[in-house]
Design a protein around this ligand. Structure first.
Ligand SMILES: C[S@@+](CC[C@H](N)C(=O)[O-])C[C@H]1O[C@@H](n2cnc3c(N)ncnc32)[C@H](O)[C@@H]1O
Length: 367
């Protein structure tokens, strides 16, 4: 073999395999920025005929801007409360619960009269704010009076029973002392089955982290979950709250984190711990579910998740994306666009009850 030829071959061998051409990323258009007013205190009372939305305390400005972007005539009423002329055409990320206000009332008797007569599971709640929570005690009194007045109306005994029966969720939101906005939503169309969207999950003594509750709530929201024998990858898994929950469902879990898992999770026979950065991890075979709770920059995490769809490494996605920055909405738009460009479809984002400066993302890989 000639010397020169040998050299050329070695250079070819070192050349990386040709990459598949990637489509140019979809340009992300950030809508006109909205000047967010200071939330009024005390709250401005809602108007009958309009829609009332509640969110996490302190996130009303974000919800207001989201609703302005969706052109539904938004007004910021106060901490945790936004009103719109009409419902948004597509779901928001930051609303926890919403309903059309039929009446503004001052007594539980008036609330009972304003609620629908057909089977309705009535929920009485306060906004999840300092002022709202200070009045949480009022809810019980309103609830028992309304229940007594609705006796014999064959109301579903739980929100889930209302969902199964295709019944209604009556909404009584105590927006101010002795003042409630009353309306209803179909249980099947409600943003949440929990009163005011506060889907409190049980913290079990054996769960090694608070994060486990985020996954429980996320799977309840998604409506499907991994089952026996499914293969899940859990990126950013330590100390193992999500991994443990997935194991409890009978799944096999490849748990990826530079940190350590709780000893009882690490030694589980259906777990493999990959003690490395998620950016270098490759599954080697396609998996059913990709979970991700990495505490890392949102756009880099979104690019990593997009790579998983592009390489067809996973079918279902549930991820918790951290948004510690003040200006969250443009970042969120870019995260969505990155995931969709990668090949995830049906991308939905929600700030769930257990999410703090973060949102939960759900998607399915395009076929
Ligand atoms: C909120 S914690 C995850 C909690 C976990 N879901 C649970 O239920 O216990 C965030 C994790 O992301 C991990 N993390 C951050 N950057 C990472 C990376 N590049 N690769 C893998 N893990 C990473 C951290 O080590 C940390 O354990």
């Amino acid at each position: 073999m000639r010397k020169g030829h040998h050299k050329t071959k070695r250079r070819d061998e070192r050349r990386p395999a040709p990459r598949e051409p990637r489509a140019a990323p979809t340009p992300v258009v950030i809508p006109h920025r909205v000047k967010i007013p200071k939330p009024p205190f005390p709250v401005t009372l809602p108007t009958p005929g309009k829609w009332l939305w509640t969110c996490r305390d302190g996130f009303e400005g974000l919800l207001y801007e989201e609703l302005c972007w969706k052109r539904c005539g938004a007004t910021l009423l106060g901490a945790g409360l936004v009103e719109t002329e009409r419902p948004p055409p597509t779901p928001t990320t930051f609303a926890r619960m919403g309903f059309r206000v039929d009446a503004l009332v001052t007594t539980p008797q008036e609330a009972a009269a304003a609620l629908p007569s057909q089977p309705t599971r009535v929920q009485v709640w306060v906004p999840d704010t300092q002022a709202g929570n200070a009045r949480a005690g009022e809810c019980l009194a309103w609830e028992s009076t309304i229940a007594a007045l609705r006796e014999g109306q064959k109301d579903p005994s739980t929100p889930w029973a209302a969902f199964e029966a295709g019944a209604l969720l009556g909404q009584v939101c105590l927006v101010a002392p002795h003042t409630a906005a009353v309306g209803f939503v179909s249980a099947r169309e409600a943003l949440s089955l929990a009163a005011g969207g506060r889907a409190r999950m049980k913290r079990t003594a054996d769960a090694p982290s608070r994060a486990a509750m985020k996954l429980d709530e996320a799977l309840e929201w998604v409506g499907v979950a991994p089952g026996k024998g499914d293969l899940c990858v859990d990126l950013g898994s330590a100390p193992g709250g999500w991994t443990r929950r997935l194991l409890e469902r009978g799944a096999r879990v490849w748990s990826v984190d530079t940190g350590l898992l709780a000893p009882d999770v690490a030694k589980h026979p259906r777990v493999r711990h990959f003690h490395q950065t998620a950016f270098a991890f490759q599954p080697g075979e396609a998996v059913d579910w990709l979970f991700c709770d990495m505490a890392w920059r949102p756009l880099e995490v979104a690019q990593l998740l997009a790579k998983w769809a592009r390489n067809r490494w996973a079918t279902q996605l549930v991820a918790n994306i951290k948004l510690p920055m003040k200006d969250k909405l443009p970042v969120l738009l870019r995260v969505r666009a990155t995931l969709e460009d990668g090949g995830w479809s049906g991308v939905q984002t929600r700030q769930l009850y257990h999410d703090r400066d973060e949102v939960t993302v759900r998607a399915v890989r395009k076929h």
